[in-house]
Design a protein. Structure first.
Length: 106
């Protein structure tokens, strides 16, 4: 990033590096949008499918989980399955993001 001729700051190199990083991030986000993860709870009584960007795309509830006398447990299972899937999305996103170049202050 430093100009070897005058020892000054090379703005073009910084801009090129920022543009390359922006392209890598866009590619990683597009890849994530095409991936899915599933989270489950209660021994697969509730299964939640999410896109790699965190959008819930499907919720499957085993009929054994449906107890009209205990709707609270079903709600807890749904929340737990969503949390499980969200954790997997975060892990997937962390692995997909390009490394930050040194010297940008991140």
């Amino acid at each position: 990033m430093f100009n070897t001729e005058g020892g000054g700051f090379d703005m073009n190199a910084l801009l090129q590096q920022a543009q390359a990083m922006q392209e890598q991030l866009a590619n990683a986000q597009a890849d994530l949008a095409n991936q899915t993860v599933t989270g489950s709870a209660g021994g697969d009584l509730v299964v939640v499918t999410m896109s790699g960007t965190g959008e819930v795309t499907q919720v499957t509830i085993d009929p054994k989980a449906i107890d009209p006398e205990d709707a609270e447990t079903l709600g807890d299972l749904i929340v737990a399955a969503i949390r499980d899937a969200s954790t997997q999305v975060q892990t997937l996103a962390s692995a997909a993001m390009p490394p930050m170049p040194p010297g940008l202050g991140f």
